[in-house]
Design a protein around this ligand. Structure first.
Ligand SMILES: C=CC1=C(C)c2cc3[nH]c(cc4nc(cc5[nH]c(cc1n2)c(C)c5CCC(=O)O)C(CCC(=O)O)=C4C)c(C)c3C=C
Ligand SMILES: [Fe+2]
Ligand SMILES: [Fe+2]
Length: 351
């Protein structure tokens, strides 16, 4: 329709309607704009007011959130963010890495599909927002959008809420693009291969092989599992496939869950307790930790694993602690994500 007059109207009355493109919109959780009090508070407020994350009734949760949590946590979390902030770029690591991933995937997609596709990223909370990026894609002529939440394992608190936000954004579009969401890829061979390669190269650099690989996933309340969330099972399967691909014994890996928040019982064992127990009771003084649920390093890996959890291990007598970084913009990861995108674009683009 672009530059072509609609037969029913005179050209002067007809708006330019760009069309014919396919958007690939990567989505991650989000991150504060800055580590000072107000940006931290704004971000945490949006995040922790999401019913997919904390599902208590509004009247019960909002007074606790507004009057207690949001008066203290922006300070403590702000300090944690400051310790990992990329001061040169003025952004959190999650933002820096998501931009790198987007640029690398865009290069690959352009090489494969040329100008048919447009690649960008958005966040569920904070900036750049999901509605703003959907708007940009539609305005640029995307008649189709492939929405890709960058969480290997499905969780209502991550994948589903990212999709919800995407669908809400679509509700506002006059010409709504056809849309698809990419499912969780916890068992995709290319993802497992990228994880295994990262373990192998980290181990190859060590003089002494670690006694155990702790496979630490972000946790969630156990109640969510009991109510039908498949996250726990998908995490277990990722660990099993990783173990099989590495060709190791089951006893050489241990699945744990980190980042407990609030008073409920979360998925167990808790990483912070398990690493201390490993050092104290099992004599595992040399461990490695990998965090497969995070597609990019963030506060939960750089600060929680590599500072708090490491400290817990060392205080319990642990000696060597190796944190294996997330897959980030590693070539094997970009190849895996691009392959998953290609598989989900079927029928929408031609090579
Ligand atoms: C990787 C998957 C994730 C799941 C599952 C998940 C569930 C979940 N998270 C919270 C509470 C918090 N999460 C926080 C940070 C955070 N969470 C994820 C991912 C998952 N969360 C990421 C990638 C991040 C880091 C973002 C960054 O900017 O680096 C925090 C914030 C920490 C802080 O600032 O204090 C909280 C709180 C719940 C309750 C939950 C399951 C229901
Ligand atoms: Fe989280
Ligand atoms: Fe399970």
């Amino acid at each position: 329709m672009k530059d072509v007059a609609c037969p029913a109207h005179a050209p002067a009355e007809h708006p330019a309607v760009p069309r014919g493109k396919t958007g690939i919109l990567l989505a991650n959780l989000g991150t504060p704009d800055d580590y000072s009090y107000w940006p931290m508070r704004r971000y945490l407020n949006e995040f922790l007011s999401d019913k997919r994350v904390i599902d208590y009734p509004w009247w019960k949760w909002q007074p606790i959130l507004q009057l207690i949590i949001l008066t203290k946590r922006p300070f403590s979390s702000g300090e944690a963010y400051e310790s990992i902030w990329d001061k040169e770029r003025g952004e959190s690591p999650l933002m820096v890495i998501t931009k790198e991933q987007t640029a690398a995937i865009a290069d690959k997609m352009k090489a494969q599909y040329g100008d048919q596709v447009m690649v960008d990223f958005c966040m569920r909370y904070g900036n750049p927002s999901t509605p703003s990026k959907v708007r940009e894609m539609v305005a640029a002529g995307c008649e189709r959008i492939l929405f890709f939440p960058l969480y290997p394992q499905y969780a209502g608190a991550t994948t589903a809420t990212a999709n919800d936000q995407f669908f809400r954004a679509l509700m506002k579009e006059k010409w709504q693009p056809a849309s698809r969401t990419v499912p969780a890829y916890f068992e995709h061979p290319a993802y497992i291969e990228a994880l295994a390669t990262s373990v192998e190269s980290a181990y190859a650099e060590r003089e002494k092989r670690p006694d155990l690989l702790v496979v630490s996933y972000h946790g969630m309340p156990k109640r969510y599992l009991m109510e039908g969330d498949p996250y726990h099972c998908q995490c277990q399967k990722t660990t099993r496939l990783l173990q099989e691909r590495l060709g190791w014994e089951k006893t050489e890996l241990r699945t744990t869950f980190q980042s407990q928040f609030g008073p409920e019982d979360w998925l167990r064992p808790y990483t912070v307790e398990e690493v201390a127990r490993l050092a104290e009771e099992e004599g595992k003084k040399n461990i490695a930790v990998i965090a497969p649920a995070f597609s990019a390093d963030c506060i939960e890996t750089l600060e929680e694993i590599n500072e708090e959890i490491k400290e817990s291990f060392e205080e319990a007598g642990g000696e060597e602690f190796l944190y294996i970084p997330c897959l980030n913009a590693d070539e094997a990861h970009i190849n895996a994500l691009s392959r998953i995108i290609g598989e989900n674009l079927g029928g929408w683009v031609s090579p």
